[in-house]
Design a protein around this ligand. Structure first.
Ligand code: URA
Ligand code: SF4
Length: 283
């Protein structure tokens, strides 16, 4: 049965409000257009080209949207390409990161934390460094901040298995202090290599150290967040096309500053818009 655009809009608004409640935030109504075509089976079917969208018979949206900026899902990877990607990540972790002694954090870590998730993720979330729980388990974002990150990912209609989650540093700084510049320069190539292998369509930098490191800037997170930036694999002179990067607040910061959750949610909605992701249906 055909769904009337008005019903669809009302449904999307209601779901948006539910998600705001889920995250414990109050935000303005949708800032993206719920009438865009749903990325049904988004991992297996390329989105319709822009011409097909406008010819679809759907009435024009009230606010014009730059459809050209929406990134269609990547074409599915052949099984052997997927296996090669998995193997490249495994080799980087087992062959280089696990035994790494390139900085002093190797002396105090319990386990290295490579990061985990989908080798063909459309989004890579990058945090700062492992905390206590991550150091024990060897997994990224498994503590309290990780639980909020899970909610943020689920609010986007995704699961942790569909994205990739990692950090700038692969070892925990003692007492969770900020990463030191020499540690960042020593560890940095691992993250760059992860991003080269996965080549996501979007990177989300969580918090100041991640955003400043990835963008090579000293600008505050308050100024960086909410805007699209470019990440250049291999540094600014890298040959590859830049990857769009959205900085937002770190979930640990959001746990201490709940009123800013609304800003983080609006940043994530920009990511959804860029990838053509629709609000998830209410449960
Ligand atoms: N904070 C981070 O930045 N990364 C983690 O993995 C956990 C907490
Ligand atoms: Fe190596 Fe990075 Fe751990 Fe330092 S933080 S020891 S560079 S893996």
């Amino acid at each position: 049965m055909a769904v009337r655009p008005d019903d669809e809009l009302r449904g999307a608004l209601a779901r948006s409000l539910e998600i705001d409640l889920l995250l414990g935030v109050r935000t303005a109504p949708l800032s993206f257009n719920p009438r865009l075509p749903a990325p049904v089976g988004r991992r297996s079917r390329p989105a319709a080209p822009p011409a097909a969208r406008s010819a679809s018979g759907v009435p024009p949206a009230a606010a014009p949207i730059d459809v050209g900026s929406i990134l269609a899902p990547p074409t599915p990877l052949a099984p052997e390409e997927l296996a090669a990607r998995k193997e490249a990540l495994r080799a980087l972790d087992e062959g280089q990161v696990k035994g790494c002694t390139k900085c002093k954090l190797c002396q105090t870590r319990t386990k290295t934390v490579f990061g985990q998730g989908n080798p063909r993720a459309r989004i890579v979330f990058v945090g700062e460094a492992p905390g206590h729980d991550e150091d024990i388990q060897g997994l990224a974002f498994v503590g309290r901040a990780g639980q909020l990150l899970t909610k943020m990912i689920e609010a986007m209609g995704l699961t942790r298995d569909e994205v990739f989650i990692c950090n700038i540093l692969k070892c925990r700084p003692p007492n969770n202090r900020d990463p030191a510049p020499d540690e960042i320069s020593a560890c940095w190539p691992y993250l760059d290599e992860q991003l080269r292998i996965i080549h996501p369509q979007v990177i989300v930098a969580l918090g100041r150290p991640a955003a400043q490191t990835l963008l090579r800037t000293t600008e505050s997170i308050g100024r960086l967040r909410g805007q699209w930036h470019d990440y250049h694999i291999g540094g600014p002179a890298g040959a590859d096309a830049p990857i769009p990067l959205m900085p937002t607040y770190h979930p640990a910061y959001l746990l201490r500053n709940p009123p800013d959750k609304g800003k983080a949610w609006s940043d994530l909605k920009q990511v959804m818009q860029k990838l053509g992701l629709k609000m998830p249906a209410s449960k």
